[in-house]
Design a protein around this ligand. Sequence first.
Ligand code: CS2
Ligand code: MG
Length: 402
Amino acid sequence: MKITEAKVIVTCPGRNFVTLKLTTDEGITGVGDATLNGRELAVESYLREHVVPLLIGRDAHRIEDTWQYLFQGAYWRRGPVTMSAIAAVDTALWDIKGKAAGLPVYQLLGGRSRDGVTVYGHANGETVDEVLTETARFVDLGYRAVRLQCGVPGLASTYGVSADKMFYEPAKGSAPEENVWSTEKYLNFVPRLFARAREEFGPELAMLHDVHHRLTPVEAARLGRSLEPYHLFWMEDPVPADLQEGFRLIREHTTTPIAVGEVINSIWDCADLIRGQLIDFIRCTVVHAGGITHLRRIFDLAALHHVRSGSHGATDLSPVCLSAALHLDVSIPNFGIQEYMRHTEATDEVFPHGYHFAEGYLQPSEEPGLGVDIDEAAAARYPYQPAYLPVNRLEDGTMHPW
Ligand code: CS2
Ligand code: MG
């Protein structure tokens, strides 16, 4: 079965998405997500200029070989742009193979290891009361796990808090929004949020928190310790993922579980964290970590080291990426949890899909392939719009990780 057409589709149904659609000589199509938030057109051009010409005429069944061909063939390995482009091809090929076999992709990955995929919602608000109201809303919807993000008293705006509660969206505008940050205000405040939340929701609800790379290791260690009485499911991205020795310091000082991975693109970029058992959850995604083929490799390494999966699933991971993630989530032995930020109606219209939420679990589609598509006519109604992720500055104006 040969690839006869490869289209790169950019659409903005409320936010930007880049999607690769492959067609074969047997008339089977497959889709892959290639969205890199705030830098979308870099991947679009990488695919269009450097990858699409290599795909025409290739055997659509050779998923591993195509992965190696694009990875080794680029010579310039790894990085978010390259790995997102390879991911899109890989995801689309798994979709095609599933359709050719007449099976949902999770069956090709070994079949189900569980009955459903536990997901967490993103409860956010300006005040503790607002966050607790939002958390209750997720609990009422059936969620078993909720990530709590709150405005910090004394700071005008904070990552993770937005006016639109169900559809949190950090990318907007023709220039980055500027947030102001104070580590001391934050560290003094967060334990109060979780003390109230535990009191209100009892010991069972899984509670998570995203630090969004804003601390140093010793600050993260202090946060982890101060949150121990409230037994979080995880503390996410406590420090930037660059200087990885820092995770050892955090680890040595706290039993609060650590999650990292949304900015990591390859197994080589997280191998030391995993082999050193310095983290508890690896949060890489299908789209940014080289597709189903490569993410499974990361999860397999993690399984040997007591590290479980926890794939990033914010709104910039398209329904194509989420569909693919669910096939992996349901099949791997070391699944932890899956982030689930709901997409807007316009996004769901552009990407019709068969996954569904019930009783705190997402279920992958039972249709052959990934069970997701792109409606090209609908996509064409939403042209690309530049949108930037925010930046963060300390109160004295110094740039700080966000
Ligand atoms: C966040 C995201 O959902 C998360 O865990 O860290 O909002 C992240 O900032 C965006 O997806 C970046 O594209
Ligand atoms: Mg995050």
